[in-house]
Structure formats: C-alpha cells, structure tokens
Design a binder for this molecule. Structure first.
Ligand SMILES: *Cc1c(COP(=O)(O)O)cnc(C)c1O
Length: 239
C-alpha cells in the first residue's frame, strides 16, 4: 500500500458502506427511499488516487471546493459516468473553466455569477445544472445569498436559459450537537417549498445539505444530496 494515501481500499470500502448504511437508516426512518439521496464524496485535499479507489468501489459523485485543485484532479481522472460537483465558492473570473468539467455547481450565490455562468454555458453549448447556495444562518464567514434575497434572485436566475436550477444548497454552522442545526435544514426545506410555488419554471428537486457531522439530521429534514468528506476519506490535515 502507498503510505501517503493513509487509507487502503478495505478501509475506504468500510467507510463508504458505513455512510451508506447511515444514509439508509435516516431515509427509512422518514419513510423515504434511500435511493433518493445522492452521496457526494468530498475529496478536497485528498489525492486523486483515493478518488479512483472510491470510484472503483462504486462511488460516482465527487465534490471539490477549490476550482484549481478540482481541475487538476478532473484532468487526471474523469471516466464515463462519473460526476464532479463544485461545492465551494466560485469567483466569476473562473466561471468559464467550470462549465464543461462539472456536472453540478452547488455554489451559485449571486445574479452576477449566474449571468457569467450563463454566458459561458451558452458559448460552450451546454445547459449547466446549478444549485443556489443559501446562507441560512446568516453567518458572516459563510458564502451564500440570504433567505430574504433568495426568492428575488431565484426569479431572475431562472430566466437564464443556459442554466438549469436544480435546487438549493446550504452549509450549516459548525456545532457540537447536530440537533442544533436541524432548524437550518428545516428553513432550507421551507424555502424550497416556497420557491416551488413561486418560481415554477424550475423543478427544485434537490436540497444539498448535510456533511460528515450532520448528514443524518439533514436527510431527516429532506436532503436529497449529502456532501460527505471526512467520514469517507478520513480527517483532513488542513482546511
Ligand atoms: C468540506 C466540505 C464538505 C464535507 O465536509 P466533511 O465535514 O468533511 O464531511 C461539504 N460541503 C462543503 C461545501 C465543504 O466545503
């Protein structure tokens, strides 16, 4: 085994199985079909060899939060059927680079960014799947539009024909007890219900919410996409 990977294939398989069991438990508790919940394995800071190992174990969706790091990995590993998700902040000057390689952009948080993405997607002849990132708790340190501005922005962004709004995304505050962030997930769910009524040109099928410490609670509150890093790939040394 390559020492620098710090995780062998059996350990990785066990981590993935454990996360899948926990997803199934949370979904079944709510009478939901576990297959409705997409697992995005967050590989940021981890070597592409681990991505490849996870792919070989059946994982198809991978998330990265930094554009340059992601593009380097995607250039070296992007087999058929694999989907890369951009889950971190996107600067509009990098928008042209993300249209082709990513299946989903989770972090659209302004009309300006949406307009730039739309223009690039149109030029590249692709309809780009996006999620609107909402800063539900209003934390100054977090990206995302506020709950208050979301409906207005959603209406404007929905008019951009080269973008396909698939739903909403949030990053919950870091807390000791995941029960503390349940209201954050409930608020995103409620916003989605409202947008379903008010912006009917988009289908609002996805709620991307829940990470290693809180994905069970997120699924109980309606998450359709969970973004899980540490529980799959182990602790990160930095970031
Ligand atoms: C890092 C990251 C995750 C995964 O976090 P873990 O706690 O490792 O599961 C999910 N979403 C975003 C936006 C991230 O940056």
């Amino acid at each position: 085994m390559n020492e620098t990977l710090a995780l062998n294939s059996e350990q990785l398989a066990e981590n993935i199985a454990q996360v899948q069991r926990q997803i199934a438990r949370a979904a079944e508790k709510m009478g939901r079909d576990p297959a409705e919940v997409m697992l995005v394995a967050v590989s940021k800071t981890k070597p592409v060899e681990l991505v490849e190992m996870a792919y070989n174990l059946g994982v198809r969706d991978f998330g990265e939060n930094r554009v340059q790091e992601a593009l380097t990995k995607i250039a070296s590993f992007h087999p058929q059927g694999m989907r890369w998700h951009l889950i971190g902040h996107l600067q509009s000057n990098k928008a042209g680079k993300v249209v082709e390689p990513f299946a989903y952009i989770h972090s659209v948080d302004s009309l300006h960014l949406a307009q730039v993405l739309h223009r690039h997607a149109e030029e590249q002849g692709k309809r780009l799947s996006i999620l609107l990132q909402v800063n539900v708790a209003g934390e100054a340190s977090k990206e995302g539009m506020s709950l208050e501005e979301a409906p207005g922005l959603a209406r404007d962004i929905a008019k951009l024909s080269a973008l396909h709004i698939e739903g909403l995304m949030t990053v919950a505050p870091l807390v000791e007890d995941p029960e503390e962030v349940r209201p954050v997930f409930q608020a995103l769910y409620q916003l989605r219900e409202r947008l379903r009524n008010e912006v009917t040109t988009s289908d609002w099928q996805h709620l991307s919410m829940g990470m290693t410490d809180d994905y069970s609670v997120a699924i109980e509150e309606g998450a359709t996409i969970v973004r899980v890093g540490r529980a799959i790939f182990g602790q990160r040394l930095n970031r």
